[in-house]
Design a protein around this ligand. Structure first.
Ligand code: HEC
Ligand code: HEC
Length: 419
């Protein structure tokens, strides 16, 4: 029962989805316009030729730029309807802005039908996750995917292109064929890699994943220019509420957030990503609406880390990689299965572990008691119970603090954005 069996599960793959193609041509055109408007990297990479108005004719000058082209290229999906950027949209915090009929909890694949079971993560700042490894105490950290099954970004990048419920190309050979269709790619792979790169499917695959990795490691994905970063540089004044939220977040006494969502030993360190990339089961309930829509049986358990093929210890079931909180305010819904729509609900959820009040045992989104955990074993109760109960003022302050972690380019998307 490898990772792919969790992930590749829905309807068989369908070759003909003409309607989807039309939609996506539109979507893609839109994406290109947005890309040109907001993508500083594109501007940078193309600076020397800026005077020309035919961007598509320019040679691809760097591996990062090649990675960028690939990231946005729908030709790398079987029906040519979907690119990495479809699910990790640079206009929306690198998450999937589409509703997909499930409130955005999961993504539709290139066949226009297959619906995943995991909430597409926002991939800004993904380069800061260390390679998947076990520490001397035996705990796992890092890696890419929510279960760390790709050691790093390069390994990860090969996954979606050939994944039947994502971009769905049938083979590396099919990828090679698509690359060879584009003379600019043919030139670029030759110049930036070697003459032989587009001659064998393995070389081509390797070069594609390398280029995607380079692009994902560029600062385009990690601007560090949120209000929080500007505050650290003395360029932004916190409101009282934001200040309170920050104090609570980093405090050992007023919350437990720092136990998992702090990378650096020192609070308020620059380049904080707000995750230590540890794995925990925090007791997230099943997303029954998503399961209804994607056809997985209600009651199926996404066992997280246990689905990583290198893991066979059942005591790790239900643990997921702690996500970065950068851009979290604009990349809902939340948790591995998108079960919570609202950021405030997430904080209320944590509070259920520490508040004795009956009202705090109610999920504000369903008005029912918090549903039981998807995997009831192995919950990190010790860390979760470390924090004291939070009153409404503190909950709101934590939400206001997380709003501060939004990159400048996404600030207009924040619910609490102030001018
Ligand atoms: C159909 C939607 C979809 C497409 C297309 C897609 N992804 Fe993803 N991506 C996901 C989902 C869902 C996950 C989480 C899957 C899991 O953990 O099993 C993910 C995970 C990732 C991660 C790991 C992030 C983390 O925090 O662990 C990276 C990096 C990533 N994708 C990059 C890419 C790249 C590069 C491409 C294009 C080659 C791509 N994705 C195409 C949906 C998509
Ligand atoms: C025991 C470790 C731990 C503690 C303590 C903790 N978190 Fe988390 N957090 C996680 C993990 C793991 C996830 C992902 C769980 C999942 O998807 O099943 C998560 C998810 C989240 C998310 C959703 C992010 C997304 O993109 O879906 C937010 C927001 C969040 N935590 C904020 C907080 C805040 C605020 C606190 C303090 C009140 C806190 N966390 C305390 C480990 C922790």
């Amino acid at each position: 029962m490898g990772a792919l069996s969790t992930y590749k599960h829905t309807q068989p793959y369908n070759e003909t989805q003409a309607t989807m193609n039309t939609n996506n041509t539109f979507y893609c055109g839109l994406m290109l316009i947005m890309l040109m408007a907001i993508n500083p990297l594109a501007a940078l990479a193309q600076a020397p030729q800026k005077a020309s108005n035919n961007l598509t004719e320019q040679p691809i000058g760097t591996i990062v730029e090649l990675g960028e082209k690939l990231f946005f290229d729908t030709n790398l999906s079987n029906n040519r309807s979907q690119a990495c950027a479809t699910c990790h949209a640079p206009s929306h915090g690198f998450a999937d802005p589409r509703d997909n009929g499930v409130g955005g909890s999961a993504s539709l694949g290139d066949d226009g039908k297959s619906l995943g079971d995991r909430n597409t993560p926002a991939i800004g700042y993904a380069r800061f996750a260390p390679g998947f490894a076990q520490d001397p105490e035996g705990n796992f950290h890092g890696g890419q995917f929510l279960d760390g099954r790709a050691r790093d970004l390069k390994e990860q990048a090969g996954g979606p292109i050939l994944n039947g419920i994502e971009m769905g190309l049938p083979s590396k050979a099919a990828l090679l064929e698509r690359l060879n269709e584009n003379p600019r790619y043919v030139d670029a792979f030759k110049t930036l890699f070697s003459d032989d790169t587009l001659k064998t499917e393995d070389n081509a695959f390797m070069a594609v994943t390398t280029a995607l990795e380079y692009f994902e490691k560029s600062d385009f994905f990690a601007a560090f220019d949120s209000k929080y970063d500007r505050y650290l540089k003395g360029e932004y004044l916190l409101t009282k509420q934001e200040d309170l939220g920050m104090t609570i977040f980093f405090s050992q006494q007023f919350s437990n957030c720092h136990a998992c969502h702090q990378l650096n030993a020192r609070p308020s360190a620059p380049n904080e990503t707000f995750s230590d990339y540890s794995y925990h089961n925090i007791g997230v309930p099943e997303n029954t609406r998503l399961r209804q829509a994607n056809g997985l049986n209600k009651g199926y358990q996404d066992k997280g880390l246990f689905h990583n093929p290198s893991i066979n210890d059942e005591s790790l079931a239900g643990k997921f990689k702690t996500p970065s909180l950068r851009n979290v305010a604009v990349t809902g819904p939340y948790m591995h299965n998108g079960v919570f729509q609202d950021l405030r609900t997430v904080v209320s959820f944590y509070n259920k572990y520490n508040s004795k009040s009956a009202a705090r045992q109610i999920n504000p989104e369903t008005q029912q008691e918090w549903a039981s955990p998807e995997v009831p074993e192995n919950i990190s109760l010790q860390e979760l119970r470390e924090g004291p109960a939070l009153d409404d003022r503190r909950i709101d302050a934590l939400v206001a603090f997380m709003n501060l972690l939004t990159d400048k380019q996404f600030e207009h998307l924040t619910p609490l954005s102030s001018p």
